[in-house]
Design a protein around this ligand. Sequence first.
Ligand code: PLP
Length: 414
Amino acid sequence: MLINYKFLNKKIIKIRKDFPFLKRIIYKIYNLIYFDNAATIQMPNNVIKVINEYNIYYNSNIHRGTHYLSNSATLAYERTRKIVCKFINAKYKEEIIFTKGTTESINMVSNSYGFKLKKGNEILISIMEHHSNIIPWKILSEKKKLKLKIIPVNDKGLVDIKKYKRLFTKKTKLVVITHVSNVSGVINPIKKLSIIAHKKKSLILVDGAQAISHKKIDVQKLNVDFYVFSSHKSYGPTGVGILYVRLDILRCMVPWQFGGEMVRNFTFFKKKINFSEVPYKFEAGTQAICNIIAFYTSLKWLKKNLNFIKIWEKILIFYLIKKLNNIKNIHILGKNKRISVLSFIIEGINSHDIGLLLDQYGIAIRTGNHCVQPMLNNYGINTVCRISFAIYNSLEEIKLFVNFLKKIIKIFLY
Ligand code: PLP
């Protein structure tokens, strides 16, 4: 691939102007370098503008109003459902449910679809899952006496397909797996995994939290039954999550949360409650209306920039690995193709110390167990340093980061 760096640089300078947070000066000295995008990605100007406009001009509750403000908010809210549907190529907009994040989406599936599972049924779960895709299944398995079976990874950090196939039995009802690891950045071959799962008559839930802002997602091509992600990891605000469920499955699911908006009519004198149609019966109470409306603008922005993001983040990761490979005592987790996330440890230095010292230079990285303790334990470590990129990161920032990292290593090791 021929890369025109001059063009890329110009584009990055222009894009960075779209992100006001980059103007932050840390400790009154340093320009902020933000490498914690896997935790939360920053919002571009036009998304922030929509949030402000909503609060000034049409803050109101949706669906149940007869007045102008409520109608405008309802239209904008439902417009987001349509764009999410298109963005992930779902077949019907009714397959899209708003939640408050990836975590709540998974909890909804475990409490709704999961509730129908029977004693002895099995769920396959990969060892590289974020705790939000482990704990709900662990709790469910205890409550319903289900069996959780761990899908192992090989030494490259990839799912071991042969071992995966062998885990299935007639009792396997569900596979739960992340699309991209939030620690190693490794991409799982979801299409392959879902074909196997379906052949074995199991459903598959994919955690797309770390994939959605880095690669094109097509739920029909991937052939998944459930796909979940968060707005704040896709250039949108916090408090919004998406749960995609294939319509035939969704129609058989019972609601998990109960209250206003999700019943068609109710009387104390009948036992049966008449719930609203899908997806509304899964959206009880008042949602994060403002942020859901703003998420429309995030996805429009993401769609426009996704091809460039894919190219640019590849360059950033390649450059980072090249630079880190020159550092003695460093161990990078995973050896495979990765997406915009990289974790490492430096022998003899605590990862938290590295994070704290980098912060003194205005550099935000993530340190800790990243809510994936089973995977880290598998590697025999407790904490790592994680670098994760978004569109606005630059080669210059990586250069500065590596220089400061080398300084820190010198302080500790020499
Ligand atoms: N899954 C993965 C892979 C993640 O990285 C995260 C958050 O970092 C989550 C799930 C949880 O997302 P949220 O906190 O938005 O619910």
